[in-house]
Unconditional design. Structure first.
Length: 156
């Protein structure tokens, strides 16, 4: 059984690690879990709307054109780390939809998460992640699934 599909997760489980570890791949290594089970939070900027959060598997890359098409907009861009920090009040490496629930961000999750029972996401500060059920995360954050990322390991 895989990490993400093994044993039922009845409540969120917090994982801590050194605060200088920031990549989802390195977090997975430290926690001893597959990289695909660690999701990263990206801040995306539409041209005239409020910023949104996109949650994707750590080893994957966001395809801004696919996301724009899925959202029915013409253009999007990634926020820089300073922009993301200013917009969310969180540091890079600690961005989390869970920490900004009261700020009105639209939250989107890569559709691949639908195949997982649980995943690991940032808990809102560097050095702390939380493992939780995907359906609980979707409910708490009012997120929607979209197909907007590319698995770098599977790309030709």
């Amino acid at each position: 059984m895989s990490y993400a599909c093994s044993n039922r997760v009845t409540s969120p489980q917090t994982h801590t690690y050194a605060t200088d570890i920031r990549s989802a791949h390195d977090v997975a290594h430290v926690l001893g879990i597959p990289a695909y089970a660690v999701y990263q939070t990206l801040v995306v900027l539409p041209p005239h709307d409020k910023p949104l959060l996109m949650i994707i598997p750590g080893p994957w890359a966001l395809d801004l054109k696919r996301l724009a098409q899925a959202l029915g907009t013409k253009r999007l861009r990634m926020a820089t780390h300073p922009e993301g920090a200013e917009l969310t009040g969180l540091q890079a490496g600690g961005m989390s939809a869970l920490a900004v629930l009261d700020r009105g961000f639209q939250v989107y999750v890569e559709h691949a998460a639908q195949t997982l029972m649980a995943f690991v996401v940032s808990a809102g500060q560097r050095g702390m992640n939380v493992r939780m059920r995907v359906d609980d995360f979707m409910s708490v954050t009012q997120a929607r699934f979209v197909d907007a990322s590319i698995d770098r390991d599977a790309a030709p």
